[in-house]
Design a protein around this ligand. Structure first.
Ligand code: ADP
Ligand code: MG
Length: 699
């Protein structure tokens, strides 16, 4: 066996062997590099440990000391006790469970760290079932585990039993690092690395495992965080460059005749933000390269109008455009809106959706295929294999966050050269947008249409229910309308539907018998949903009780009340989306978040955020802070992106630096062919081989 290299099988590393390597494979560690990247989960600073003599009842602590004595005490229940000493005092640790395993773990003379909450018991201090980490015992002659800052590695029970607990990893790591560190080549070109003030990769890797002090640890982290974010950006930049070079896009040649006719018929003018977005799109679609743009705009910012302008340019240039919505209700609504807005322009607009009756559907399909249809509106039905467009040049995807990654991918494959505009009402924090959609251009609608009053938001507990109903009654009596929304948690759709149904029955028969109340939920047939929405839009129905199917896109300006039942169960983006359904007309609107009297801290923090701000970006930032980015994007978990140390919530500035560096490198050397970029190219390939690249190639 030759020297250990990064790609060497993990079993050949001293102290691993075939048995442990099989277990490591189970947690996704296969190579020397995987072990090298198994960073400590946290560190223990012996110089900052509380002396045992100073501990108080109820302290939450990590203590380090030497095991003086240990053993089983017989009693009503057998227990394992251990006395720990550090010279300043002693403490007892006690286990009632797992005694037969624990007794094998400890022997006198070991140095051990324990974490837990101190309890006073019969005059002495105790830790009951503390977490523990063996620091060293007599077999560790060289004292590597006791100096300065000690790395603590995460492990699993299986690995621990095979000797790879935190201490086991430390033991393997020390000699391993000596061998592997000289094998590490820094992928980052020297000039860039210096300009960024980052330390060499080899130094960082050595220091993240065994930092000499906290300063060294922070510097190592800074370098490694940069790399994690940098490879994402590099992969995005390369992908984007490739697209720019290889693909050609349909060139829109419209001179704006349809735009002028459309705008002339509009009772208002575009906001500055809308105008800028339209210009961005015009620039893209006339460039000869395929557009890949995201239109971000808070609820009510007027994205539809921008979409219409883009579609008109396509149509005037002789192409077809498609508009996709995540639900049938929305597709239908877009269809009706387009019919109304574009009525005078002599265009053929068709609706295609799952539930359309066979004959209508065939008619729409024929129109799309023959080219008779200028604009097709639909749900995911639009991307199904059976739909072939005659000359599709623009695809617009509304409310992007509702779409699965798959559907978007399929759509792009239908025509590589299709211009794509992705519209999202989820204001994605900039850091996250740059990370996940770095290859998209972004236009932001940061200006609301004029004349909108901000929505009042109130938090009410169940006790106030009568007064809340009274308020809704007064609004309805004044001719306005209300939404009452019940949560829908996927795991128990039935139960929640029961909630909404029961709510509906009570509300329609006893609370608001004088108004027409309707119930909308996802299980209704498309026709039923359409009818219910149409009645609500026309004002015939005053109060619409629903599950969250109305979360996105629905536009009824006369609705001024949004009552959210069990608001504590909703996430921030959802609450914000729901609130966006009101405040769309000239009347003052009110959003009421109803909860039981006791709610958790996190729920409280969400509700307070909603009450305090209506700025979608602030809300999204808060959401990222409370929840982390994982859930925001379906399958895109933190881990999928290879982020071990970096945090999208707090490392925002690093993302920007990583992005700029990636762009500089790729614009100078798109294919990373230059000699100095060789290590970078190799590292990027290894990075992509982990399957991370695939997650990013969607837009
Ligand atoms: P969203 O961005 O949430 O999709 P919409 O496109 O549904 O927003 O627009 C919300 C409402 O604002 C619609 O009723 C639309 O007609 C209106 N609107 C859009 N642009 C303007 C504008 N420039 N001036 C006035 N009202 C506008
Ligand atoms: Mg919309």
């Amino acid at each position: 066996m030759g020297a250990i290299q990064l790609h060497t099988d993990i079993q050949f590393i001293k102290g691993i062997g075939p048995k442990r390597s099989a277990l490591l494979a189970g947690v996704g560690m296969h190579t020397a590099e995987d072990l090298l990247r198994h960073y400590p989960r946290r560190y223990l600073d012996r110089s900052r440990q509380a002396p045992l003599g100073s501990l108080q009842d109820d302290d939450d602590v990590t203590v380090v000391g030497t095991v003086v004595s240990c053993g089983i005490r017989k009693g009503r229940r057998d227990r394992f006790t251990l006395m720990l000493s550090d010279g300043s005092g002693t403490i007892d640790c006690v286990w009632f469970q797992g005694v037969s395993y624990i007794r094998k773990v400890f022997t006198p003379g070991q140095t051990v760290a324990f974490s837990g909450r101190i309890k006073r018991y019969r005059g002495g201090l105790q830790l009951v079932h503390p977490e523990y980490d063996l620091i060293s015992d007599e077999s560790d002659g060289d004292q590597i585990h006791t100096g300065g800052i000690i790395p603590m590695y995460s492990s699993t029970e299986k690995l621990s039993r095979a000797g790879l607990d935190s201490r086991g990893f430390r033991r393997v790591m020390q000699p391993f690092l000596k061998q592997i560190i000289p094998e590490v080549t820094d992928p980052l070109p020297e000039t860039q690395r210096r300009a960024l003030g980052l330390q060499p990769l080899a130094d960082a890797l050595a220091a993240i495992h065994f930092p000499s002090d906290w300063e060294a640890c922070a510097r190592a982290r800074e370098r490694l965080v940069f790399d994690e974010l940098f490879f994402i950006q590099l992969s995005l930049a390369r992908e984007r460059k490739r697209r720019e070079q290889e693909l050609t896009g349909h060139r829109f040649t419209a001179d704006g005749m349809l735009h002028r006719r459309f705008l002339d018929g509009l009772p208002f003018s575009l906001t500055g933000a809308q105008r800028r977005a339209v210009e961005d799109i015009q620039r893209d679609t006339s460039s000869g390269r395929p557009m890949n743009r995201m239109l971000q705009g808070d609820v009510g910012s007027g994205k539809t109008l921008v979409a219409v302008m883009a579609m008109l340019a396509a149509v005037e240039s002789g192409y077809q455009a498609a508009l996709m919505a995540p639900t049938e209700i929305l597709a239908e609504q877009h269809y009706l809106t387009l019919q109304r807005m574009l009525g005078g322009l002599d265009l053929r607009i068709v609706l295609l959706k799952g539930g359309t009756a066979a004959r209508d559907k065939q008619e729409s399909l024929t129109a799309i295929e023959s080219g008779a249809a200028d604009i097709a509106v639909g749900t995911h039905a639009l991307v199904q294999q059976s739909v072939t467009f005659d000359r599709l040049a623009l695809v617009i995807i509304d409310e992007q966050h509702r779409f699965g990654v798959m559907q978007r991918a399929v759509l792009r494959r239908k025509g590589v050269t299709t211009h794509a505009l992705v519209m999202t009402a989820t204001p994605i924090p900039r850091t996250l947008a740059l990370t996940l959609y770095g290859d998209l251009d972004v236009s932001i609608l940061d200006e609301r249409p004029p004349g909108r009053l901000p929505v009042r938001t109130a938090w009410r507990k169940d006790e106030a229910r009568e007064r809340v109903y009274e308020f809704i009654r007064s609004e309805a009596a004044a001719g306005r309308q209300a939404y009452i929304v019940y949560p829908l948690v996927e795991e128990s759709e039935k139960l929640d539907l029961a909630d909404a149904t029961a709510g509906y029955e009570l509300l329609s028969s006893s609370v608001f018998p004088e108004f027409r109340v309707a119930l909308l939920h996802g299980r209704l047939s498309a026709d039923e949903k359409d009818r219910i929405m149409a009645d609500f839009k026309s004002g015939t129905t005053r109060i619409l009780v629903s599950t969250t199917v109305i979360e996105v896109g629905v536009d009824v300006p006369n609705a001024t009340v949004m009552l959210v039942e069990h608001a504590e169960r909703f996430g921030l983006p959802q609450l914000h989306q729901l609130r966006g359904r009101i405040g769309r007309g000239p009347q003052r609107s009110t959003c009421i978040l109803m909860t039981p009297s006791y709610i958790t801290e996190t729920a409280l923090s969400r509700i307070e955020t909603m009450v305090n701000t209506d700025d979608g970006f602030k809300i999204a930032e808060k959401d990222l802070e409370i929840r982390g980015p994982g859930e925001l994007f379906g399958t895109r978990q933190h881990g999928d992106l290879g982020l071990k140390l970096a945090s999208l919530a707090t490392d925002g500035p690093v993302i920007e630096r990583a992005r700029n560096t990636a762009h500089d490198i790729i614009s100078a050397d798109a294919l990373l062919e230059k000699g100095e970029h060789r290590p970078l190219k190799d590292a990027l390939e290894r990075w992509s081989a982990h399957g991370r690249g695939g997650l990013l190639k969607i837009g």
